[in-house]
Design a protein around this ligand. Structure first.
Ligand code: C2E
Ligand code: CA
Ligand code: CA
Length: 746
């Protein structure tokens, strides 16, 4: 059924007319597109039309007429549009029954209301650049093949105009972009320069004119790099050449610039290649930022950091290197000496009676003295030596690169000479004397700290001997410095009551009753915390300290025993003796005094002695033990089984108890041999009429086993760890209440 009222000729006339009109629109995309839509609709006598251009993945409607204006969104994905079929095939598409055609976007159709439609591709050469859609809403007047043919003809006529208009539009966009660029270029606060391949300036923006304090006209045609100071000029030129040769995309550098006024400024230059349409690089664009202030701030920070470092390594009063720097310098000197097989000396110097100056004349006077001393000594040594203040009145001197220790002598002489004249403080002439300790690398130590410690030991030796200087002597210092400090501290620990006793009960295996406890010493160190006896008893044993320590422990134990007795707890207290104690003829007498002072019977004290300590001097030990026993003090052999005491020797001594060493007891479960040893020790003790105590009982199984073997007494973690007296008191009370309750229940 022919629907058209216009015949073929009339339609052709309309097409030609439309073509003229479009040409007259002079390439304005919007007008051209709108005209195409309207004229197409008129030519096929349809109800609506739209022209779409392809933009990437989308269709952009650039002109619409009639019912097509109801489509709404100007931009739609190609994939969701019926135009997709026309674009893909490149052929015009006739949809005769739009409501039932699966290719039609029904959502869009619902808005537009079309019953039939034609979609014609628009081309620029071979490429499809858009579509022309024409639609009819009349179900009885559907678009047909004739309509499609005429629109195809129209599209051929239109395509060129559409393409031209589209290109023009793009050029206009470009022009706008260029305008935007100009605005940026002119208005930017950073300098911008465009250069030729060879680095000559093509144009500069006003900001750069301002930075260089000159006119663009004077800059154009000259090399950009001229404005940088010579050291940066070459670098910029080289980087520019590389970039223009395509070996790098861009470059960035910081350089100094010399403007005509002479005030040096810092620039950060960022350059990129400017691409032409053909993609070849002909120009370079550089952005220039004035970072002078930033650089100044940066320098201030660096200077501050250097100052901080200086302060961290120097003594504020004298300006001398401090302990940290002294240690570092020694480290360096050691590395140097190691390579060259040389020697070096570390000297520690301490002013005698400086404390008196400080106390009687005040700290400012003390400070003045320290400054004068450091100035004098600084004048007496070489520049390559390091003189440091280590704190208080302690100074350090490093003499690097010595051949041997005789090289120290002339320095000592110069120091003595420097300190010879009295130093006047508050009009008082003060005689200054110093004690110096010397340690040599590599003889006395191979590390900085080691050398400092050894020099320290030697310095105390000098003080003790009232000598002005002393070399560290390995022979007289068989203890290492750590031990020496511990000995010093331990001596004070006794005076300051830092030693405390913990008590561990010994229990009867048959009825679990407690008749005695062992006192075990601990050191409540002010900075190191609780120290166990293994860490300090051996040191005390090597010095005469063990004597006072043992007496101190006995005194504390007896005091506690007195407290328990007053509370109705009748406990024997065992104290451990060391080898040296057994050699002390005075011991029985001293203990007797302590017992009397605590108002305690001798039978309440028990002494634990090891086999090996008795064997150190058997004759003397026998005498002392005899005297102790005569007083009524109980004697126990500790760590039994680890020594070599013979049976007959034991028989000769007034012993009351043996304690099987815990190493055997603890291994009773695993090692058959140990069971045998424990069993025979128990039998031996019984034959000799001695109490047998098993120490180190950690488990119920061992407890039961010992009972089975006929052992009388046990001690160990299973029952209780060594605990402070108050804790033990509570524990004993809780047990006795439990015992009463159990007895009542029975
Ligand atoms: P020791 O006389 O053999 O003391 C027993 C040690 O065994 C204690 O260690 C105790 O805590 C630990 N011990 C007790 N029951 C168990 C157990 O079931 N399992 C295990 N693994 N260990 C247990 P502590 O208190 O560290 O004493 C170590 C040593 O220091 C003592 O050995 C003693 O030789 C010495 N000592 C302690 N106090 C004094 C003292 O006042 N004077 C002297 N001269 N020496 C002391
Ligand atoms: Ca013991
Ligand atoms: Ca023991």
């Amino acid at each position: 059924m022919a629907r058209a009222t216009l015949d073929g000729n009339q339609r052709l006339t309309l097409i030609i007319k439309a073509q003229r009109e479009i040409a007259a629109a002079d390439g304005d995309l919007q007008t051209v597109m709108q005209l195409i839509a309207e004229r197409s609709q008129a030519i096929v006598e349809a109800d609506g039309a739209m022209v779409n251009l392809i933009e990437g993945e989308n269709l952009h409607t650039r002109g619409a007429s009639g019912i097509a204006t109801a489509a709404g969104d100007a931009v739609r994905p190609i994939s969701s549009s019926v135009a997709r079929y026309a674009i893909e095939s490149g052929q015009p598409l006739l949809i005769e029954d739009a409501p039932h055609d699966p290719r039609v976007n029904q959502e869009l159709r619902a808005k537009v209301g079309d019953e039939s439609l034609i979609c014609v591709p628009l081309r620029n050469g071979a490429e499809v650049i858009g579509t022309l859609n024409v639609m009819s809403r009349d179900a009885d007047q559907r678009l047909d093949h004739d309509d499609r043919e005429i629109l195809e003809m129209l599209s051929v006529v239109l395509s060129a105009a559409v393409a031209r208009a589209a290109q023009l539009d793009a050029r206009q966009e470009e022009a706008k972009a260029l305008t935007r660029f100009r605005t940026l270029f002119e208005g930017a606060s950073i300098g911008i320069v465009r250069m030729n391949r060879d680095g000559t300036i093509v144009e500069v923006n006003p900001a750069l004119e301002h930075m260089l304090e000159t006119d663009a006209a004077l800059l154009v045609g000259r090399a950009f790099s001229e404005h940088l100071v010579s050291e940066h000029r070459m670098t910029v030129e080289a980087l520019l050449r590389e970039m223009m040769a395509g070996r790098r995309e861009s470059f960035e550098l910081e350089g100094r610039c010399q403007p005509p006024s002479g005030q040096l400024t810092w620039w950060r230059v960022r350059a990129v290649r400017e691409r032409s349409d053909q993609g070849t690089a002909t120009r370079a664009v550089a952005m220039i930022e004035d970072i002078t202030e930033h650089k100044h701030a940066e320098r201030e920070l660096i200077e501050q950091a250097a100052l901080n470092e200086y302060q961290a390594l120097h003594d504020p009063l004298t300006g001398l290197p401090n302990r940290v720097l002294f240690g570092e310098r020694i480290g360096q000197a050691i590395r140097h000496a190691r390579r060259n097989r040389g020697q070096l000396a570390v000297l520690l110097m301490d002013l005698d009676r400086f404390k008196e100056v400080n106390d009687s004349l005040g700290h400012p006077a003390g400070d003045q003295l320290l400054i004068e001393v450091s100035d004098r000594i600084r004048g007496a040594i070489r520049d390559s030596d390091t003189f440091a203040r280590l704190g208080g009145d302690e100074f350090g001197l490093l003499l690097p690169e010595l051949n041997d220790s005789t090289g120290v002598m002339p320095v000592l002489d110069r120091i003595t000479a420097a300190l010879e004249a009295p130093i006047t403080v508050h009009t008082l002439p003060l005689a200054v004397e110093a004690s110096i300790g010397i340690a040599m690398y590599p003889e006395n130590g191979e590390e900085a700290q080691e050398l400092i410690q050894r020099a320290d030991v030697a310095m105390y030796e000098a003080k003790r001997e009232s000598a002005s200087a002393c070399f560290f002597d390995q022979e007289t210092h068989q203890y290492d410095t750590h031990r020496l400090t511990l000995v010093g501290e331990l001596r004070r620990a006794i005076e300051r009551e830092e030693l405390v006793l913990h008590y561990q009960p010994k229990a009867m295996l048959n009825n679990s009753s407690i008749r005695s406890v062992e006192a075990l010493v601990r050191w409540q160190h002010p900075s190191r915390g609780l120290i166990f006896p293994d860490a300090f008893i051996p040191i005390a044993q090597e010095t005469s300290l063990i004597g006072p320590l043992t007496l101190h422990v006995v005194a504390m134990a007896l005091r506690q025993g007195r407290i328990w007795r007053d509370d109705g707890l009748d406990l024997t207290i065992a104290v451990n003796l060391s080898t040296r104690n057994l050699l002390d003829r005075e011991l029985p007498h001293r203990l007797q005094e302590l017992l009397k002072r605590a108002n305690m019977p001798a039978t309440s004290l028990e002494l634990e002695v090891t086999e090996s300590s008795m064997l150190a001097n058997p004759k003397r030990a026998k005498v002392v033990l005899g005297e102790l026993s005569a007083l009524g003090i109980r004697l126990s052999i500790d760590d039994f089984g680890t020594g070599y005491s013979s049976l007959c020797y034991l028989r000769e001594l007034p012993i009351d108890e043996i304690k099987i060493d815990r190493s055997f007891v603890m291994r009773m479960n695993e090692e058959h041999d140990d069971v045998a040893i424990v069993r025979s020790t128990i039998d031996l003790g019984r034959n000799l009429g001695l109490d047998v105590v098993a120490e180190g009982v950690e488990t119920r199984e061992i407890w039961d086993k010992l009972q089975e073997l006929g052992c009388q007494t046990a001690q160990g973690y299973y029952l209780s760890r060594p605990v402070p007296a108050e804790v033990l008191t509570e524990w004993l009370e809780a047990r006795s209440q439990l015992a009463v309750a159990t007895a009542a229940a029975e």
